[in-house]
Design a protein around this ligand. Structure first.
Ligand code: FBP
Length: 333
């Protein structure tokens, strides 16, 4: 039987691929793995432990009712990064402002991490797959000083690593450092993430489309036409595509990464700029999509070229198989 490749093995084996290889990025990836194991433990206990299910009682900067698990997950990641000594600051969906870590060690950190600690919050209480999304940048501010807003507001093209954790029937960590995309499955019996999906490639075309069609009457006419095309026999399969919308971006993205497909969250009346957040939802998955041969756009522009203007800015999002995203954009044109 071939030897299992653990996440740590893989990181060390591939460290030389990373231009600034000093082991610091490796420790950030290991911190993410550790925090995700703590969250997985709570996710699995969700129905049995009072401190996990339901609303926390606060409204976050997004105007959404914070779920207890949102806060548990947020704290798990902040604690992991604060203790690392290589991360000088973070920004997350659950915090109004970015957080610059105060300790002397942390200020020496060369990286910032932006993350959505718990994606798919509306699915927590109904036992549907949820996830964590993360994006890592080298700071642009002076090492030794506090992290700044400029460190957070970098275009997606400046990401040095990005990925997600999917808490589903199994727990998976999928990430890129700009040298392809690899997936690791957590083996609970040994508590290790093991390489299960090496060199992931998103099929160029697919037959799954994911969109909240409850918004269809508020969409751009071109998009309505594209959804009709997906439901027609005109597409490359000669059969209607299958609609698959889990309502957890990470889970929908993961399916499309493996089987091919498109995920769409357009600008709608309720969210004129779109619903999804550029910095810690769209940019990290765009980096993965492009590294796996897919595309990520606003319907017009490449997501990773956008120069961010605010921490929680939203954008319309079209991500998935190259041919499907190009087709959707042709309808929007
Ligand atoms: P959260 O990070 O707050 O969960 O928001 C993102 C998200 O839940 C995505 O995971 C999902 O695809 C989308 O919003 C669902 O939105 P809607 O309920 O409007 O379809």
């Amino acid at each position: 039987m071939s030897r299992l490749t653990t996440l740590n093995d893989f990181i060390l084996l591939n460290q030389q691929d990373f231009p600034f290889a000093t082991g610091e990025l490796s420790s950030i990836l290991n911190d993410i793995a550790l925090a995700s194991k703590l969250i997985r433990r709570d996710v699995r206990m969700a129905g049995l432990a009072d401190h996990i299910l339901g609303a926390e009682g606060n409204i976050n900067v997004q105007g959404e009712a914070q779920q207890k698990l949102d806060v548990v997950a947020d704290n798990a990641f902040i604690n992991a990064f604060m203790a690392s000594g290589v991360v000088c600051g973070i920004a997350s969906e659950e915090n109004d402002d970015f957080v610059a870590f105060e300790t002397v060690d942390a200020k020496k950190g060369k990286y910032v991490v932006l993350f959505d600690p718990l994606d798919g919050s509306s699915n927590i209480d109904v036992n549907v797959s949820i996830g964590t999304i993360f994006s890592v940048y080298r700071r642009v501010s002076m090492v030794g000083g506090p992290a700044t807003l400029d460190d957070m507001l970098q275009p997606g093209t400046a990401q040095v690593a990005a990925g997600y954790v999917l808490y589903g029937s199994s727990t998976m960590l999928v990430y890129t450092t700009g040298n392809g995309v690899n997936g690791f499955t957590l083996d609970p019996s040994i508590g290790e993430y093991c390489l299960s999906h090496p060199s992931m490639n998103m099929p160029e075309n697919g037959r799954f489309y994911a969109m909240n069609e409850g918004n269809i009457n508020e969409c751009d006419l071109g998009l309505v036409e594209y959804i009709r095309y997906c439901q027609s026999r005109e597409n490359q399969t000669g059969k209607p595509y299958s609609g698959r919308y889990i309502g957890s971006l990470v889970a929908d993205f993961h399916r499309n990464l493996i089987k091919g497909g498109i995920y769409i969250y357009p600008a709608v009346e309720a969210s004129p700029e779109g619903r999804l957040r550029l910095l810690y939802e769209c940019n990290p998955l765009a980096f993965l999509a492009e590294q796996a041969g897919g595309l990520a756009t606003t319907g017009k522009d490449r997501i990773m070229d956008i120069v961010p203007s605010s921490l929680h800015q939203r954008v319309p999002y079209f991500v998935g198989s190259k041919i499907m995203v190009e087709k959707a954009m042709s309808f929007l044109k």
